[in-house]
Write a protein that binds this ligand. Structure first.
Ligand code: PRP
Length: 189
């Protein structure tokens, strides 16, 4: 699947491609190589928050050539206001215990940092042997709280972006690239 042979309906509203599928894959491979080297002999447990991260998680896992395990959690916001404060409810917890494990928290995008900050505190309380963060896209301009990122794919501008797992109203996740949306396509909530 390349950028030019996609269904027109899927492309409706898409403005400018920021990162092509090839750019993303190349960067993911670089991250996977670093992680493979850093975690030799440690059998890391990769942890992701559904749903946006699944594309990155699957591609990243395929580039890591040491034994690993993976688990997912799912969260929901009590309200938009509480989400802005990073107060999220865990609706599906991890199946695996992380106590004593080398945990790599994998995220598709970090914006304010509030969600990650909250989840890292939750995971730290379970006493993993180590806890590091790997994020593909960092919208650093909006950061409200400092979060420790060990592995980062790309810095991304403060724009509404979709594709490669990132959604607008649950759409566009299956675009193979990351793009901005036309302002006319973005409706106020
Ligand atoms: C994204 C991302 C993080 C969060 C980051 O999830 O996966 O969980 O937003 O935002 P923050 O840094 O401002 O807290 P989203 O709410 O889009 O859900 P999704 O994974 O289902 O797309």
């Amino acid at each position: 699947m390349d950028e030019y042979s996609l269904n027109r309906e899927l492309l409706d509203g898409v403005d400018k491609v920021l990162f092509s599928s090839q750019q993303i894959q190349t960067r993911v491979e670089e991250l996977g190589s670093r992680i493979s080297r850093d975690y030799v002999g440690k059998k890391p447990l990769l942890v992701g928050v559904l749903r946006g991260v699944v594309f990155f998680m699957v591609d990243l896992m395929r580039t890591i050539d040491i034994p690993l395990e993976v688990d997912f959690m799912s969260i929901s916001s009590y309200s938009p206001e509480s989400r802005n404060l990073g107060l999220v409810r865990v609706v599906k917890d991890l199946e695996l215990s992380i106590t004593g494990r080398h945990v790599l928290f994998v995220e598709d995008i970090i914006d304010t940092g509030m969600t990650l900050n909250h989840l890292l505190r939750t995971l730290k309380a379970r006493q993993p042997a180590s806890l590091e963060v790997c994020v593909l896209f960092d919208k650093g301009k909006n950061r409200q709280i400092e979060v420790p990122i060990k592995y980062k794919g790309f810095d991304i501008p403060d724009a509404f972006v979709v594709g490669y797992g990132l959604d607008y109203r649950e759409g566009y996740r299956n675009l193979p690239f990351v793009a901005t949306l036309n302002p006319q396509s973005i409706r106020s909530e």
